[in-house]
Design a protein around this ligand. Structure first.
Ligand code: AMP
Length: 989
């Protein structure tokens, strides 16, 4: 019943999913009868067999169906052949049939010919054969039977049921094929025929794309290589297998999104603004960490906000950080020359944990003698031997101990907190500073003691100055005792220098000895105990031979006495012209420091007939091979002055200065050159430049002295203007005075004592130098010819020496006063640019240099004392040394400065401005007065200009602290005098 067949045909439809589930196969239709709206044009043979009929599906979409139902007739063989179907790439195809089939029982009056199956066949060809059709060419695929023919309805009706059967065909090899349906007497309606093949669909797996892939017909899998999606990279080559069923199997390998990209729905997409991804991988982009930003998409990392940084090695995920703030609450506790610094952690660590601390040590000068800061602090890095415990940099704890500082010195410590980004932001770095002044400290112990010479009853020792003198060493205490006596009785000696000879010792005896140094701060610790033995008696007398020996000794003594008598008589007879023989003078010289005053005197080398004899008398001849010259350090009158090294056999190498005599010299020049060595060689004092020896037997002729690292005092002071404490300056002055005392005790008059002739070593020890014979006459550029013909350094020389060449230790004391002034004014030129003639005149009229700026009153008083016109009223060097020692012991006395107290009226104007050559006009004077002393002396009184000073009353002076009647009057009268002299010319104030 064809009606009933068509009636049900609307239920037939094919569902194609547009979505591909992963792994699920996709199908490609080669034929779908339902898709055809018009006639399918299949061949039906015989023509009354299969019939093409139009119908509609459930959506009333027209469809084409074929049916046959010749159940009433015998020998049915009805064929229906499809059109030629191109195979495409398929190797295996699927044929899906939807059909209804009536069971024979449901058909009344069927005569036993009714069938309930039909056959499905195919034929492969390479081309379309048109209507040409031969049954035997077809191969059978299967006999198709209905699973169910009817379905029972609720009402008991039986309705036809649609069957679906699918058959696989393959492998196919030709370009196309036909399908055929053979009916042998059934009642069947072919509702739809679909032919398809399966394929593994295009897919993206692990960020790799896999193309559509047609599976193989056999059971083997197709291996397919994937391609990484855009903005990704292979981590391991991606691969998958396409199964015969069109399913993707076994994904291997994968791709990873590039930095700046993240995986989003199987693609790599740029990170959004505010996010970043720094590494390859399939992680999501991360939000920018604190204090960082990314304004653009696809950022690999986030930039730091202003004033925030990322250190090398900081991960991109870490917040940007900044240098820490300064450490807080710095506390210093000073113990002599060491200080413990403590501080608190900075308020802001900058967001990091790697905070360490660094302590920078600076030595600062520019603090006035009274301790207040003068405002112009000058700092320099501390010396390298300052010790930091545990260390100066990279401190993890908030404390450090700083040791081995200099005594009485201002230090500033800058404590900085550092973290990993401090180096990136030098401008943001902050530190906390603390300024301290070290206390006085005793010297460190003497550590090196040497035995120089031993005899039966005496021993000569020398030692090295303590490593840290912590001030000026006043003297050394030497304590010794017999080893046997265990310190029950001992002897104490004092020595100024670093050597001593102990006399009156027992022969062949062991002694123990200790040395300690003394400064203004007291005694330092004692040296380690040093043992020495005196020599044994050179011979001992046995009882039997004693008589013989005694007789021999008596005879020898008698012969010696006779010889001496003869020698004296002959000497008197022969040498009437000379008062003293040099050998006789030599007897005056001891070699120890325990010198009896008056015994040693200076011998003028001129008294020797042959001056080279004097040189060898007083100076050691050195072998030139022991001397190595390093560089030129200055120019002397006779040639260059070099620095170098002297290495004597079995002695330590020392630094030396080497004065050379330039080639082409005359005999006189050679004599004069070596005369300095002859003089220097007679001196042995820590404040007199020490002669090491001379080279006269080879060329060039040389004088070798100890090396003074800081060169001459005047230039040294100018270089370090305002950098020393009062105590340090007084220490230097004391050294010079001590050297001068030694010279005057020796009866030597220097004649050219000036800062330029003082040398300074690395320990700030000052030593008197420049002992020329023609001296003042030739080699001092400051020396000028006087009216009487001699050449004299006018500014440094006492009036009586200028006037009638009366050079004495008292004239040296005058010069010492000028040196004192030079030191306290840090190398200022005495009397500035005044001419020599003006200086002679002003000094003669009683005017004196004014106190240098910030000069302690006591020192200024000492200067004035040295500049007493009457030379016997000037202090002796011994007194000067003792005054300075008192000052060192009582540094508080340095705080009263001469500027702020009353000053004598006979002062030369303190003209610190060198642009004013002389006190010519009122205008010039005004320029001078505007300089510091004017302002300082009268600070506290409000004057609109200095010219009103002339109208100053005694009352006004009281206001500024000038209360003594004398000085007030003098100042007022000086000012008044100035007023009246402005029209008349120069006025000393
Ligand atoms: P003089 O001929 O002694 O005036 O020396 C000339 C210059 O050489 C001095 O101004 C110093 O700069 C230098 N000089 C002389 N002696 C020494 C020394 N012992 N140590 C270092 N420098 C020296």
């Amino acid at each position: 019943n064809s009606d009933s067949l068509t009636r049900h045909s609307y239920v037939v439809f094919v569902f194609f999913s547009p979505f591909f589930f992963f792994f699920s196969p996709t199908t490609v239709n080669l034929l779908d009868s339902k898709a055809s709206q018009g006639e399918l044009g299949w061949i039906s043979y015989p023509s009354h067999g299969w019939e093409e009929i139009s119908g509609v599906d459930e959506h009333y979409t027209p469809i084409r169906t074929f049916q046959v139902c010749n159940v009433m007739e015998y020998s049915q063989n009805n064929w229906l052949r499809t059109n030629w179907i191109p195979r495409q790439s398929a190797q295996k195809i699927y044929v899906e049939l939807k059909f209804t089939l009536r069971d024979c029982n449901s058909i009344p009056l069927v005569l036993g010919t009714c069938k309930e199956t039909f056959n499905l066949l195919y034929l492969e060809t390479d081309d379309d054969q048109g209507s040409h059709f031969r049954e035997h060419q077809f191969s059978k695929i299967d006999t198709i039977a209905a699973d169910e023919s009817f379905t029972q309805t609720d009402l008991g009706d039986r309705i036809l049921k649609l069957n679906t059967e699918v058959r696989e065909v393959g492998p196919l090899t030709k370009k196309g094929f036909y399908l055929a349906f053979q009916d042998v007497g059934a009642c069947v309606a072919l509702v739809s025929v679909r032919v398809y093949f399966k394929k593994c669909p295009y897919t993206v797996r692990n960020l790799a794309t896999f193309p559509d892939t047609v599976p193989m017909d056999s059971h083997s899998l197709v291996e397919v290589k994937g391609l990484c999606v855009n903005h990704s990279k292979e981590e391991e080559p991606p691969r998958m297998y396409c199964s015969t069923e069109g399913e993707w199997l076994v994904p291997i390998g994968k791709c990873l999104c590039n930095p700046g990209y993240e995986e989003r729905s199987n693609t790599c997409q740029m990170c959004r603004a505010g996010f970043y991804k720094s590494a390859l991988g399939n992680l999501e982009c991360s939000k920018c960490p604190p204090h960082s930003f990314s304004h653009h998409e696809g950022s690999l990392h986030c930039g730091c906000e202003k004033n925030f940084f990322r250190a090398e090695g900081d991960p991109a995920s870490m917040a940007c950080t900044r240098p820490p703030s300064a450490p807080r609450n710095v506390i210093s506790s000073i113990n002599e020359t060491s200080v413990i610094l403590d501080w608190s952690w900075p308020e802001d660590t900058g967001g990091r944990r790697d905070v360490t601390f660094t302590v920078l040590c600076k030595r600062c000068r520019g603090v006035t003698a009274n301790g207040s800061n003068s405002g112009t602090q000058r700092c320099e890095p501390c010396r390298s031997n300052v010790r930091f415990l545990p260390r100066a940099a990279g401190l993890h704890n908030t404390t450090v101990t700083v040791g081995d500082l200099l005594a009485h010195t201002n230090y500033t410590f800058e404590i900085e907190a550092l973290n990993g980004v401090s180096a990136l932001a030098p401008k943001m770095r902050q530190y906390a500073a603390v300024t301290i002044t070290t206390n006085q400290a005793a010297p460190s112990p003497v550590t090196v003691i040497r035995k120089e010479k031993t005899s039966r009853n005496s021993v000569s020792l020398s030692w090295q100055e303590p490593e840290r003198p912590n001030g000026i060493i006043l003297d050394y205490e030497i304590k010794y005792y017999e080893k046997e006596e265990q310190e029950t009785s001992y002897t104490i000696l004092r020595a100024r220098g670093c050597n001593v000879t102990l006399n009156g010792l027992k022969s062949n005896t062991a002694y123990l000895l200790q040395i300690r140094a003394r400064t203004a701060a007291g005694y330092g610790a004692s040296s380690p105990t040093f043992q020495f033995e005196t020599s044994p008696d050179s011979f001992s007398i046995s009882s039997e031979s004693s008589q013989v020996v005694l007789i021999a000794i008596s005879a020898a003594v008698a012969i010696i006495l006779l010889t001496v008598l003869l020698y004296v008589l002959i000497g008197r007879f022969c040498c009437r012209s000379k008062s003293k023989h040099p050998d006789e003078k030599r007897l005056h010289f001891g070699n120890g420091h325990l010198r009896l005053p008056g015994i040693r005197t200076y011998v003028d080398p001129h008294t020797y007939e042959d001056p080279s004899q004097a040189v060898h008398e007083f100076a050691k001849e050195l072998d030139a091979s022991c001397i190595a010259i390093d560089k030129v350090v200055g120019a002397g009158e006779f040639g260059e002055v070099c620095s170098g090294r002297l290495k004597l056999p079995s002695k330590k190498e020392i630094c030396v200065a080497i004065k050379t005599l330039k080639g082409g010299y005359t005999d006189k020049q050679r004599r004069d050159f070596l005369a300095e060595a002859s003089i220097m060689g007679q001196f042995d004092h820590p404040n007199i430049i020490r002669l090491e020896g001379v080279v006269t037997r080879s060329k060039p002729v040389m004088i070798v002295t100890e090396y003074m690292e800081n060169g001459s005092l005047d230039s040294f002071l100018r270089k370090h203007d305002a950098q020393f404490t009062g105590i340090q300056l007084v220490g230097m002055l004391r050294g010079i005075a001590s050297g001068m005392k030694y010279l005057s005790d020796m009866g030597y008059v220097h004649r050219d004592l000036a800062a330029r002739n003082i040398l300074v070593n690395s320990n700030l020890v000052c030593k008197v130098s420049d002992f020329g014979l023609s001296r003042v006459l030739e080699d001092d550029p400051e020396a000028a010819y006087t009216t009487r013909g001699g050449k004299i350094p006018i500014r440094w020389t006492a009036p009586e020496a200028i006037a009638y060449r009366k050079f004495t230790s008292a004239s040296d004391a005058w010069s010492y006063g000028i040196v004192l002034w030079e030191v306290m004014s840090y190398g200022e030129r005495p009397y500035w640019e005044m001419s020599n003639q003006d200086v002679i005149k002003a000094v003669d009229e009683g005017y004196r240099l004014p106190p240098p700026m910030d000069c302690p009153a006591t020192l200024y008083q000492l200067m004035l004392d040295c500049w007493q016109k009457e030379r016997n009223n000037r202090p002796k060097f011994e007194q000067i040394v003792s005054i300075l020692d008192k000052l060192i012991r009582n540094p508080g006395s340095l705080k009263i400065t001469a500027n702020t107290t009353s000053r004598p009226a006979n002062l030369l104007l303190d003209r610190s401005s060198s642009e004013v050559p002389s006190m010519g006009t009122m205008g010039d004077w005004m320029d001078g007065m505007r300089t510091l002393p004017c302002k300082e002396a009268f600070s506290g009184v409000s004057y609109s200009s200095c010219d009103t000073l002339a109208k100053t009353s005694t009352e006004d002076l009281k206001k500024v602290g000038v209360t003594i009647v004398g000085p007030q009057k003098k100042i007022v009268s000086s000012l008044k005098a100035l007023d009246s002299h402005t029209k008349n010319g120069p006025v000393p104030v």
